[in-house]
Write a protein that binds this ligand. Structure first.
Ligand SMILES: Cc1cc2nc3c(=O)[nH]c(=O)nc-3n(C[C@H](O)[C@H](O)[C@H](O)COP(=O)(O)O)c2cc1C
Ligand code: SF4
Ligand code: SF4
Length: 612
């Protein structure tokens, strides 16, 4: 039995406690087929949000010598942890998946709620919430499913005949001991040669996808890595880890830097004075403990040269989140991590400073042959993606914006807005778009010109406190099991696609055209749906919590339902707290759209949580 099967079995039996229990390969494929047949959606994403790369100018990028058909993707975070998240990101138009950070400590207790996107962005998450072998399996499943979907003729009208190349970029953290440990080394090795995992999962390809069972899946899933340094990682450690990843694994490496690198005074000046977030508490000690600017310049130069001597590529990523004191109290912990609009200004200013201090080093600002790639994630939205791509930043990854209503469906409008800007400038490729941006900067350099705009009070409102005070919509009504405003936000803001909706059948005595339900094994209680639900209460707790795994179900004390399936339909086993809703639930699950998992018992139970 493979590691992951043992783990999932232990987890399912309650012997280890994880917040998430991923669905197996056959369940995921069955869900895709069933949702497609019954509602023309995949993992709740409607076809109107599928991206077709062939409908506009060439926006492909070079990433460390590999091609990706678009410059965009999910940043390491909640959108790149589970297989269905990655598939959703790809359908929306992502072609560079920065996978959720994997580290040796894979049994961390994360406080809940852990995400607060009420206005800008805060979180207290860090690395993966799965065991290392489970993370491996999630990434391999996603890789295989994408290979199937890109060939599935049903998709062609919506994603085009050739959706173009995509890249999975590893993310690892946070110290050398952990990264060189046997479990993490095995994880990296397996991502670079996934033959064993692929062969283990292959027999689960069935149903309408049976014809793809013998597909020649590329076993090299990833050979690049973004090193997440997190706060307080000493410079020597960053150096040793990068060298280790290059020499031991032969990886091309991007080092993700922290915004503290800009220095305490500069960051306070931007956050408090330029942008007006006066109540955001920055602590000098957090800056003093992090990598300092002069040492960063040395490191970038040394590591680029080290990589080049070994025939490898090197780059930097701007930036990780900004460490601040937790003054909101919505999430536990004394510290929280800021992302979104203000981070965009801090990180772009840092980009400008590094660029000035490292002439000829960074591949931005028209220096297309410079040695060091610059990847970027900080407050990217549809309003600034085009500007960021015009600077030469690649890839451009997103986290906070995808946690807002619309979720993965926000990627397509971002890419369309990039296309529109390019078309208006007559640019047929990103190279031409970069050239256009440089010409517009009239000798000043596109990066400096853009950074100056972000500091101009007449132009930077969308990054300021004043531009980010609007709270999510609220109605004075207590959320109930059935009936609600039916805004669909819980479905779209959930990075794990744990929420789904079913049209209300005539026989059900409930308000609203749609009813909302939770696939409880996919919910890690991050709190994001609670923040955006207009009604009072937590949808992830109040709406019906459905399980397909009996051990997870048995551990539940609040209302919960175990869903069984047989060829005649679904049946429901409630716990004591859920008993009174069983009849209503049966009506919903057996309706025309019904439960999104397929009613074909055999394949499904065989690997419902990969535990057998
Ligand atoms: C909820 C959440 C979880 C995150 N998890 C990780 C992680 O595991 N590893 C990592 O390197 N960065 C992580 N990040 C940081 C993001 O990758 C990204 O660098 C940062 O949020 C800035 O981008 P944004 O402004 O688009 O959110 C996380 C961010 C958020 C909001
Ligand atoms: S259902 Fe809500 S709490 Fe659960 S993972 Fe999704 S957004 Fe987070
Ligand atoms: S539960 Fe809340 S967020 Fe979900 S659809 Fe109903 S009102 Fe909207």
């Amino acid at each position: 039995m493979a590691d992951t099967q043992v783990l999932n079995a232990e987890q399912a039996k309650g012997e280890i406690h994880e917040p998430l229990t991923p669905f197996g390969m056959s369940v995921l494929l069955g869900r895709i087929a069933h949702e497609w047949e019954t509602r023309r959606r995949i993992f709740d994403l409607p076809i109107a949000r599928f991206f077709n790369v062939s409908e506009g100018p060439d926006i492909s990028i070079d990433f460390l010598g590999r091609r990706a058909a678009t410059p965009v993707g999910p940043a390491a975070g909640p959108h790149s942890q589970m297989a269905q998240n990655i598939v959703l990101a790809w359908l929306g138009g992502s072609r560079l998946m920065e996978l959720k950070t994997v580290q040796i400590l894979d049994d961390l207790e994360i406080g809940r709620p852990c995400i607060d996107m009420e206005t800008i962005g805060y979180n207290i998450e860090w690395s993966q919430e799965l065991k290392i072998p489970q993370s491996l399996e999630e990434y391999v499943k996603a890789w295989m499913i994408l290979d199937i979907l890109r060939r599935w003729e049903e998709m062609t009208p919506y994603i085009g005949a050739d959706p173009g190349p995509h890249i999975f970029d590893l993310s690892v953290g946070y110290d050398l001991a952990g990264i060189s440990s046997a479990p993490v080394a095995r994880f990296i090795d397996s991502m670079m040669d996934a033959r064993q995992e692929i062969e283990r999962l292959r027999p689960e390809i069935g149903g309408v996808f049976a014809g793809y069972r013998d597909l020649d899946f590329d076993p090299r899933i990833a050979d690049t890595v973004t090193l997440s340094t997190f706060h307080g990682c000493p410079p020597d450690e960053i150096e040793s880890i990068t060298k280790h990843l290059i020499t031991r694994h032969g990886l091309d490496v991007i080092v993700k830097l922290n915004p503290t690198l800009l220095g305490f005074e500069r960051v306070c000046g931007i956050v408090h004075d330029t942008l007006g977030y006066e109540s955001t508490v920055l602590r000098k000690a957090d800056f003093d403990n992090d990598l300092q600017f002069p040492r960063a310049l040395e490191l970038i130069g040394e590591l680029e040269a080290f990589a080049a001597r070994r025939g490898r590529r090197f780059g930097i990523k701007l930036t990780n989140t900004l460490v601040v004191e937790n003054t909101k109290g919505f999430m536990p912990d004394d510290t929280m991590y800021l992302s979104g609009p203000p981070l965009h200004v801090v990180s772009t200013t840092l980009l400008g400073e590094l660029h000035k201090a490292l002439p000829g080093m960074l591949r931005i600002d028209g220096q297309d042959d410079a040695p060091a790639q610059v990847s970027f994630s900080a407050g990217i939205t549809k309003d600034n993606l085009a500007a960021a791509a015009g600077l030469g930043l690649a890839p451009i990854t997103v986290c906070s914006d995808l946690l807002k209503p619309g979720g993965f469906g926000r990627i397509k409008p971002m890419l369309k807005s990039l296309w529109n800007s390019m078309s208006a400038a007559g640019a047929g490729s990103l190279a031409e778009w970069r050239q256009h941006q440089n010409e517009q900067a009239s000798g000043r350099g596109a990066v400096a010109a853009y950074a100056a705009r972000l500091h101009d009070p007449a132009l930077n409102r969308m990054y300021t406190l004043a531009g980010n005070t609007k709270l999510p919509r609220a109605v004075d009504h207590d959320l109930q099991m059935w009936g609600c405003v039916a805004c669909n936000f819980c479905v779209t803001v959930c990075p794990n696609d744990a929420f789904f909706r079913i049209p209300t059948p005539d026989e059900l005595d409930a308000d609203g055209l749609q009813q909302y339900l939770v696939l409880a094994e996919l919910c890690n209680e991050c709190g994001n749906c609670m923040v955006f639900c207009p009604e009072n209460g937590d949808p992830a707790v109040i709406k019906p919590r459905l399980y397909i795994d009996e051990y997870r179900f048995e551990a539940e004390t609040e209302q919960a339902f175990l869903i069984h399936q047989d060829p005649d339909g679904y049946w429901v086993q409630p716990n004591a707290a859920g008993a009174k809703w069983t009849g209503d639930l049966l009506l919903l699950l057996n309706g025309a759209e019904g439960f999104p998992l397929p009613p074909s018992d055999e394949e499904w139970t065989k690997s419902k949580t990969n535990s057998d």
